[in-house]
Design a protein around this ligand. Structure first.
Ligand SMILES: [Zn+2]
Ligand SMILES: [Zn+2]
Length: 99
């Protein structure tokens, strides 16, 4: 098979994979799992953050985000790393490291 054909095949596969993603019709955020999208629509989309950090003015829309925020911003690094492993959810952690 030629190299071009291989690339085309790879691109097609990627497009098919993207089709499997669940997208919020209101804000176009995408989720790999349907549960992620329903959680987003229930708690996040168009909603005010309702979980207030007890240590600073940070507010989170999802409780696990707040827990992860507290771990990273207000606890020591070892504990934060432990929390990270507990969550096994890099996306949640990455989300507010960037904010
Ligand atoms: Zn949305
Ligand atoms: Zn805080």
């Amino acid at each position: 098979m030629s190299e071009v054909a291989l690339v085309v095949r790879r691109l097609k596969r990627r497009i098919m994979e993207e089709d499997k993603i669940y997208r919020c019709s209101a804000c176009n955020k995408s989720y790999v799992y349907k549960a992620g999208l329903s959680r987003h629509q229930k708690y996040e989309c168009g909603k005010e953050p309702q979980f207030q950090c007890p240590h600073c003015p940070y507010r989170a829309k999802i409780k696990s985000n707040l827990t992860a925020h507290v771990a990273y911003k207000h606890m020591n690094f070892r504990l934060a790393t432990h929390m990270h492993q507990m969550f096994q959810n890099v996306h949640i952690i990455a989300q507010f490291i960037s904010t």
